[in-house]
Design a protein around this ligand. Structure first.
Ligand code: Z5A
Length: 215
């Protein structure tokens, strides 16, 4: 019988370096012989990409906060069924650029929706599939993100207030303290290579039980 794969999610606020680190981690794990699937949210399936467009770019859709939660969960549910579960069944490593914790941080802590409701919807959408490990790329404050270039115009959610972004960063820290067994927190304020080495060390020891030499 095939061994179940490993599910790793990368989380953090705006421009914490999630996409950069998810790509580097996937490359590193492949170089160590792992079969890796990289995902991003919202999106990653035909339905998910259509939902992504509504969530991030339809400024005039008039989405309310509950619809926002439901749409993120719908995109995630599609991704879990079409991509994540099949990959895990095949014994692959899934590296997810955002997962359920993004909804907990952004929609529960950031927007102030009840955490239990956001959790319940996501438990339903994902069939209660949680990552084996969640890497939180933590930045000490929002000032760091202002020094990092953005790839395009700010999306609907990036345009929210400074207070919203501060609440969600604090929310992530609360989640990391609550789910200690699943979370590892990495200081994301250093150079890309330094952050990458810290991520690799945290992940490899969890995936294989090995220590990374010299860390
Ligand atoms: N969202 C939500 O509200 N609820 C949910 O459930 C989910 C998502 C799943 C998705 O946007 C939006 O949806 C997001 C959260 C919300 N909106 N906001 N805010 P997205 O998919 O377009 O993008 P993102 O996930 O927010 O990623 P990002 O903030 O654009 O960036 P990132 O992935 O964290 O960072 P990056 O692209 O790797 O790097 C950003 C720049 O910094 C780039 O120029 C890098 O070269 C540079 N960089 C990266 N690392 C470093 C270091 N260490 N030093 C210096 N410069 C660096």
């Amino acid at each position: 019988m095939k061994r179940r794969g490993v599910f790793i999610s990368i989380e953090g606020g705006e421009k914490a370096g999630k996409t950069t680190q998810a790509g580097l981690l996937a490359g590193y794990l492949r170089s160590r012989g792992f079969d890796v699937v990289l995902t991003r949210e919202p999106g990653g399936t035909p339905a998910g990409e259509a939902i992504r467009h509504i969530l991030l770019h339809k400024q005039d859709a008039g989405l309310n906060a509950v619809s926002e939660v439901l749409l993120f969960a719908a995109s995630r549910g599609q991704l879990v069924e079409e991509v994540v579960r099949p990959a895990l069944r095949d014994g692959r490593v899934v590296v997810a650029d955002r997962y359920v914790d993004s909804s907990l941080a952004y929609q529960a802590y950031g927007l102030g929706l009840p955490l239990q409701n956001v959790l319940a919807v996501n438990e339903w959408a994902t069939g209660s599939l949680w990552p084996d490990l969640t890497v939180l790329l933590d930045l000490p404050n929002l000032a760091v993100t202002q020094t990092r270039p953005r790839s395009g115009p700010a999306d609907r959610i990036e345009r929210r207030s400074r207070q919203f972004h501060e609440r969600l960063l604090e929310g992530y820290r609360t989640l990391a303290a609550t789910y200690k067994d699943r979370y590892v927190v990495v200081d994301a304020s250093g150079p890309v290579d330094e952050v990458s080495r810290a991520v690799q060390a945290a992940v490899l020891s969890r995936v294989t039980g090995e220590e990374v030499p010299g860390r």
